[in-house]
Unconditional design. Structure first.
Length: 247
């Protein structure tokens, strides 16, 4: 009786341990929509702050230059004055529009970089799926074109998550994945794939490391608002030169 109880207890512990491992592995590759939008409020405030700063920084000096042009060219004939005033106005509007557009691109990439942290499990699952496809094909990689034919980012997304993700999130991820040179990554790994010395988990981690490095370096690195340090002075210098030398 005691032996049976002991065996039952051991089996129960093994089952609990197995369930714990499964839950741990699942949590590593799980995806939470709530986590994805956790920082949405902070990012919205950040976007509003930067748009206000840029609008004031470029709008205020260009308005001042426009008023100065009215005083300088207002007493001249209409044809001559209108051309000069229009030039100052055009430079100001172009500068404001361009600065707001660059700010928009900065905030878009910055938002993607925040979302990317929460999308890490998704990209890891995609890498696991790709390695599974390669292994199921006998680890035979003849060339980069063969790899590209084998991989289909859209179908991989559906295989990994079905249609659980919101369409705009799915489209964003597909866009990023479509820019990633998986064929180069896998071709670099062909020796490890063919040798069979590494298991699928290790191979998928190797693939994800290359994927992560490429995305960070290509999309996120160097994204900042430092451009204002040279673009705003350039805008002011152009307006000053225009008002001084255009008569």
């Amino acid at each position: 009786m005691d032996i049976k109880n002991t065996e039952n207890n051991e089996n129960t512990k093994l089952n609990e341990l197995g369930d714990g491992i499964c839950e741990e592995q699942q949590s590593e590759t799980s995806f939470s929509i709530n986590q994805l939008f956790k920082d949405a409020g902070k990012q919205s405030l950040k976007a509003l702050k930067w748009f206000i700063i840029v609008l004031i920084s470029f709008g205020l000096p260009n308005i001042i230059f426009f008023i100065l042009s009215l005083f300088k060219y207002g007493s001249k004939p209409f044809a001559e004055s209108s051309l000069c005033i229009f030039g100052v106005l055009l430079i100001g509007l172009l500068s404001i529009f361009l600065s707001l557009y660059i700010t928009y691109k900065y905030l878009l990439i910055d938002t993607l970089s925040i979302a990317y942290k929460y999308l890490t499990p998704l990209f890891k699952k995609v890498c696991v799926k790709i390695i599974d496809k390669v292994i199921s094909g006998g680890n035979k990689l003849i060339g980069k074109r063969d790899i590209e034919k084998m991989l289909n980012v859209g179908s991989l997304m559906i295989e990994v998550y079905g249609k659980q993700l919101p369409s705009y999130v799915r489209k964003s991820v597909i866009f990023i994945l479509s820019q990633v040179p998986f064929s180069d990554f896998l071709f670099n790994m062909q020796d490890d794939l063919r040798s069979g010395r590494k298991d699928s988990k290790t191979l998928s981690e190797m693939l994800y490391f290359q994927l992560d490095e490429y995305i960070v370096n290509t999309f996120f690195r160097g994204n900042s608002m430092k451009w204002m340090l040279w673009f705003l002075p350039l805008n002011i210098i152009i307006q000053v030169l225009f008002i001084i030398f255009i008569k």
